[in-house]
Design a protein around this ligand. Structure first.
Ligand SMILES: Cc1cc2nc3c(=O)[nH]c(=O)nc-3n(C[C@H](O)[C@H](O)[C@H](O)COP(=O)(O)OP(=O)(O)OC[C@H]3O[C@@H](n4cnc5c(N)ncnc54)[C@H](O)[C@@H]3O)c2cc1C
Length: 399
């Protein structure tokens, strides 16, 4: 048995002892307690730098752990933005003090993070954002509104991008900040989505004072900081598919068809095979990305391919689930965990084609940076932000 086999065997034994009967979305206290245990056992932040609280191990151990955790539904969803986006951004471009202060509590589940980029008037074109940050002594004062912010209600900290210079073109006057979500002036209001739950929120920022040492990256260099976060986001969402069990996927749906006696139906078989092919294609694509990451090659725009494949796969899985399960796919009996998971997946699938960048934007990026097609025309790249007709500026200008 190799060291890696032994590592995987020990991880599996630990999970069997500690994660066998956990609900995927338990109360916050249980989720935090699980994360602390996972960290203390050495299975949180496996590849993260040891000097900031990670395990400092390689992608091979990470993969061995992912394989060991197949079949377990770990209650880690609420930490996803911190692990997938905010943490990697801090490790890439944060100051030494920021890394020492924030990374370890994030990995141990002591502090939950959210990402405040989108605004009512700035989604796909997030560089049009209007939340303002104005320097005042040793702090910045922030005013504005963010929307669709996942897990903000539970979050302790968030990465915010705000406008710090209106006299330069829109991409050049943005700065990234760390916001303490418990600070005065931060109001979080949950938004209910069609699953009936509140996975995201709107946030109002009224005269929020942020100490100057909470700038991430350069002042007015927030666009490149945001791109760092978004690249991590796409890889994390797309590759997350390989790591997690999908309820509306080939295995559970083939079993459901067998149970209902429809597995012999050629139309059902055809749909299941198509689903299987798409799942394998995504897994193989992600395996290749993982190898490249291990070799130090940044995925760049190929993260968008992974994210787009996953969004399409989830919508297709939802369609197949609806065909096979009929009304059972939306309604579920009390205590029927598998049907409950499928019903949730159906309600969440359309959001996957929007969050982390829409399918259309992913296709634009792939066309431009992978296929080498001509870029979309951008007439506003050299115009000072204050002269643009965006968001409330458009209304003020009567546009
Ligand atoms: C589940 C979920 C979680 C989210 N979590 C977060 C979060 O934690 N933090 C955060 O900041 N945001 C979050 N978002 C917001 C998300 O990033 C935005 O919804 C997304 O960027 C799209 O912005 P928009 O909703 O304003 O749509 P718009 O940008 O207004 O787009 C509307 C439509 O126009 C299309 N479109 C726009 N521009 C182009 C173009 N140039 N070419 C072709 N088509 C185009 C879009 O594809 C879309 O179909 C989340 C969204 C969802 C659904």
């Amino acid at each position: 048995m190799t060291d890696l086999d032994e590592y995987g065997r020990r991880a599996r034994a630990w999970l069997e002892a500690n994660a066998s009967d956990l609900s995927p979305e338990p109360d916050l206290r249980t989720a935090r307690a699980f994360m602390a245990k996972l960290y203390d056992a050495g299975y949180s932040g496996i590849t993260w730098p040891a000097e900031y609280g990670g395990q400092g191990l390689s992608a091979a151990e990470e993969r061995a752990f992912q394989q060991a955790s197949r079949g377990f539904t770990l209650p880690i969803g609420v930490f996803g933005i911190g692990f997938g986006m905010c943490g990697p951004t801090l490790v890439s471009i944060g100051t030494e003090e920021q890394k020492r202060r924030y990374v370890r509590p994030l990995l141990r589940g002591e502090e939950i993070w959210c990402q405040m980029f989108s605004e009512p008037g700035a989604g796909s074109d997030v560089a049009s954002l209007q939340t303002r940050a104005v320097r005042d002594g040793d702090a910045w004062v922030v005013n504005g509104q963010k929307v669709w912010t996942s897990v903000a209600k539970q979050a302790d900290f968030g990465l915010l991008i705000a406008r710090t210079d209106v006299d330069v073109p829109k991409h050049r006057g943005i700065t990234m900040f760390i916001v303490d979500m418990h600070d005065p002036g931060v109001t979080v209001r949950p938004l209910r989505d069609m699953s009936g739950e509140s996975h995201f929120n709107e946030i109002f920022l009224d005269d929020v004072r942020i100490p100057a040492d909470r700038v991430v990256g350069e002042v007015n260099g927030g666009w490149s900081a945001a791109v760092t976060t978004l690249l991590h986001e796409r890889v994390s969402i797309g590759m997350g598919a390989t790591r997690t069990e999908r309820p509306a996927s080939f295995g559970p749906l083939a079993a459901a068809a067998r149970e209902r006696g429809t597995l012999g139906d050629p139309a059902v078989r055809d749909q299941l095979v198509e689903l299987y092919i798409r799942e394998r294609a995504l897994d193989l694509f992600n395996a290749r990305l993982a190898q490249e990451l291990k070799a130090g090659i940044q995925p760049g725009a190929r993260g968008s391919v992974s994210k787009l494949l996953l969004a399409d796969l989830m919508l297709h899985g939802a369609d197949v689930a609806t065909e096979i399960l009929g009304p059972d796919s939306a309604a579920h009996g009390e205590g029927d965990r598998q049907d409950d998971l499928i019903a949730r997946t159906l309600a969440m699938a359309p959001g996957m084609a929007l969050g982390g960048g829409t399918n259309e934007i992913m296709r634009n990026i792939i066309g431009d940076r992978v296929l080498g097609l001509p870029r979309e025309p951008q007439v506003d790249r050299t115009v000072p932000f204050r002269d643009l007709k965006v968001g409330t500026q458009a209304k003020e200008a009567g546009a």
